[in-house]
Design a protein around this ligand. Sequence first.
Ligand code: BES
Ligand code: ZN
Length: 594
Amino acid sequence: MAKLDPHSYYDDSQPKITSFKLKAKIDFDAKKLFCQVALNFEKEVEGTIKLDSRDLIIKSVTYEDGSNVNFKVYPKDKVLGNLFEINFDRLTKTILVEYEVEKDSTALQWLKPEQTKGKQKPFLFTQCQPHHARSLVPLQDSPSVRITYLAEITVPSDLTVVMAAGASDVFENREKGEKTFFFKMPQPIPPYLFAFAVGRLTSRDLSQRTKIWAEPEIVEKAAYEFEEIEEMIKKAESLFGPYEWERYDLLVLPPSFPYGGMENPRLTFITPTLIAGDRSLVSVVIHELAHSWTGNLVTNKNAQHFWINEGFTVWAERRILEAIYGVEASVMSYAQGFNALKSAISRFGEDSPFTCLVTNLENVDPDDVFSEIPYEKGSLFLRLLEETVSRTSFDRFIRSYIEKYRFTSIDTEELCSFIEAHFPDVLKKVSAEKWLYSPGIPDNCPKIFSSRLEFIMNLSSGFKFGTYPTNEEIVSMNPGEKLVYFQNLPRPLNSEQLDFLVSSFNLKEVTNSEILAEYLTISAMSDYEPAFSQIKSFLSEVGRMKYIRPIYRAMGHNKRTRELARELFEKTKETLHPLSRAVIQQEIEKYEKD
Ligand code: BES
Ligand code: ZN
């Protein structure tokens, strides 16, 4: 018996669940889900099976003929949740579980109407990565297992259900005022890609295989922002092979969504903060789209090899970016990423084992150690391999990698033997051991530069000597360049310096949320009062951890901003996503006591 995943009770002596059929009724008043699921095993099982669960009230477990099966739900482990043990006294391939999903399920966020654009109806969405699928369905919640599923979801008839699956039918029960939405997911997915959302939603077609879902108030703006999606898919297909998931739809969530995007198959979830009005933040959609190959087709075996999902995807994202928008766009994206990498490393400490690409996460909650390191260090490692073997050879390699491992899950060792078979000795040549298993940034890290990037960096470093960019220079910068400029500014700044930035970059009206969040972070750290009202409104609305965490952290630097932070957190904590709430709580607890 071998345990394949430190975050699941699954081990390889147990038969796998290969499919399930879920019926769920959603009760918005009680904030509960009433569910029945049929779990189908790959072969007949007997004896004991260990499933993952969390926040579920298991009512009954039965065989297909309705007779009871013995089971036990163990007390909650902080990281793994509740072990759900089932004891069979006869052979079976299928079992039925009746259960309720509790109000505080870590996979869900229940939104009040006020938290939506239209402010008329409640909203519900799921977020299962990395280990929250078990807080919705009892199963083997490890990416080393893949499942297909059928789902029937019943909601009040004025709401719409969308799911990361194929939609097959809708049935309305007028008497009960309910609608049931039917879905089918024929491609086998790791459980963390299970996803749905419920709300007042409408859609606009973008191409034959893509549409955008959003609240009616923003669907047109969203359709404009992401109109180029079909072109992106075609470009990605030309690099990585055919798109295997039939449809690629997007769902714009309310602003409390804790991530920028989530690559739920067939239906990427995105934050509305990407809608800048000028398409300047489409790279997040490109990233989620790229996961359709790297991550969703070839999946990390467990969270210790998360870089296989994210490092490959960032690398792929920047290749698509380069192909569509030119090499300068990818250079700027690497520069933004490198800044993020440096701050993540200094947060953990240069020698921290969490700065390695392969991590040991025994007894560690993957949500607690989430960072840009697997993304950025991972993409730089792949970039180094690409530069070493030549782009043409590496592109051929990537295609055969995807072809060979599609719909499977792999770990770093398996990947390394595949690389070694293709490019003998290359791992040694690039010091792969160091990249994978040592902390920090290795000496042979690729330097991705351009004269334009150098120019932007020089503008930033000039700032501390009082050299401000001219109006002409500012006008010449695109949003990505402005972001790099802001990221590299010294901090804290005095109010005269900040006044200059506000007026010359028009920061009171900036619609690019990356630039806005960077400006608010600098302002918070600098105790810059004119930004406080913008900080208030941003933190009252937005739940995207990438933005709110640095702003709250920066607010820890001054007494006045600490007070503001505590006040804002008190006001918003009830409505924040449970994950964002936990993260901000930690930041505030680290503050000096006033
Ligand atoms: N899969 C991730 C989001 C994620 C990771 C959720 C781990 C839960 C646990 C997604 O693809 C992602 O990386 N999103 C980024 C955007 C990207 C451009 C780096 C984000 O949300 O900021
Ligand atoms: Zn990603």
